[in-house]
Design a protein around this ligand. Structure first.
Ligand SMILES: [Zn+2]
Length: 397
């Protein structure tokens, strides 16, 4: 089996996609090349996306700056494949790409057809940060993750998470007692689980360091009084996370935590070690390979059987880092504790993320087979585990 054979073999397999921010229907219907790039990680490359009024020179300058970055490479591959375009994107064929995207989305179901038919997704865990716990009105394909960030900002009515949400405001409550607050969290998470939420998703690495102490009720209470300071708020968030981990364990909901990148200060996965060791009954899906501290993930999966590697986004950030981590994980982590997700906003980029993931996976498996460290049958079983079977084994939906 060549690497290409393995890739083609895996392309046919169904996927349970652990993480996505797939936009609502209305947002897909207005997609053109500019919107598509704006809603992709290419927009994270610190260069303005060319608009209708950009000159060919400006487009060329933009493309020369971003075209080797992994984010662009895989999105371009996806567009070339989905829209049957042979030429790489440049200033002269910019309109060809633009027209192809617009035309395809005249079919309002095109974005869903890509997910179903091209990506072969059986289910997609949706982190709708604009409406935590939502399924975009497509309950079969989208299984909501419940984004819990706002819960960490409910110590008063004014605080907001980085998406502008406050848990007390969302819940239409005005609580100043920490015990009542914890009861409200418990009730809300149970309701979300009842409504179909599969996992809890924490993206606090964009807001604060990931080192969480156990905290106490008394210290947490201080944040709910006037004149609370930074330390009181940290103590509140520490205590709240401790309680959320207990609730998640009881409800058998994995806690997905963004690790790596984000603030970059205190966002490596190893910062979570105390939280993980205090909560052996809670299943943690540590996301994004903790890039660039990828070995943190491998070390934690080795030490803690309740830690899973959620490889979402990583092959898109850097296939090089993803290959290296995947080799390490095959060495040190049981085969049944890995999942993958696209972590994208559009179907086109999701398709690109999937291409990057399958490329990484097939390359790593090919190398292991070549070296006599894995047989073909085990390699395929391993891949099917990450793509589908491991997530399915959790009976989350
Ligand atoms: Zn995400």
């Amino acid at each position: 089996m060549t690497q290409k054979d393995i890739f083609l073999r895996l392309q046919k397999e169904p996927i349970i996609n652990s993480h996505s921010h797939h936009l609502q229907d209305k947002d897909h219907q207005i997609l053109n090349l500019e919107n598509l790039l704006s809603n992709s990680y290419v927009n994270w490359c610190a260069k303005s996306i060319p608009s209708k009024s950009s000159s060919k020179d400006e487009i060329t300058k933009f493309l020369n700056a971003v075209r080797n970055r992994s984010y662009f490479v895989w999105l371009e591959k996806a567009l070339m494949s989905l829209y049957s375009i042979d030429e790489h994107l440049d200033a002269d064929n910019w309109d060809v790409y633009d027209q192809a995207i617009r035309k395809a989305h005249e079919d309002e179901n095109w974005h869903l057809k890509i997910l179903h038919d091209k990506c072969n997704y059986e289910a997609v865990f949706l982190d709708a940060f604009w409406k935590p716990g939502d399924n975009n009105n497509h309950p079969v394909i989208f299984r909501p993750a419940y984004r819990i960030n706002s819960i960490f900002y409910g110590y008063n009515m004014e605080a907001k998470d980085h998406n502008g949400n406050n848990f007390q405001v969302e819940q239409n409550q005005s609580i100043t007692d920490i015990c009542e607050y914890i009861e409200l969290i418990d009730k809300a998470i149970r309701e979300k689980k009842q409504a179909g939420c599969t996992t809890l998703k924490c993206a606090l690495a964009y807001d604060r360091p990931l080192s969480f102490e156990a905290g106490t009720k008394e210290k947490a209470q201080k944040a709910m009084k006037e004149n609370a300071d930074e330390n009181d708020i940290k103590a509140f968030q520490d205590y709240v996370f401790h309680k959320i981990c207990k609730i998640a364990a009881e409800l058998s909901m994995p806690v997905q935590i963004h690790t790596g990148l984000g603030l970059m200060s205190g966002s490596s996965a190893m910062e979570l070690q105390p939280l993980i060791s205090r909560n052996p009954e809670t299943t943690f899906w540590l996301m994004h390979g903790s890039y660039p501290w990828t070995s943190d993930i491998a070390g934690l999966t080795h030490a803690y059987p309740n830690v899973w590697a959620d490889l979402c986004w990583l092959p898109l950030i850097s296939p090089t880092a993803a290959q290296s981590l995947m080799h390490e994980l095959i060495d040190v982590c049981n085969a049944d504790r890995l999942v993958w997700g696209c972590d994208t906003w559009t179907s086109e980029e999701s398709y690109g993320a999937r291409l990057a993931f399958l490329e990484v996976l097939s390359q790593v498996l090919y190398e292991r087979i070549e070296k006599g460290m894995m047989c073909e049958r085990d390699a395929i079983r391993y891949a099917k585990g990450i793509m589908h079977d491991n997530a399915a084994s959790m009976n989350l939906f």
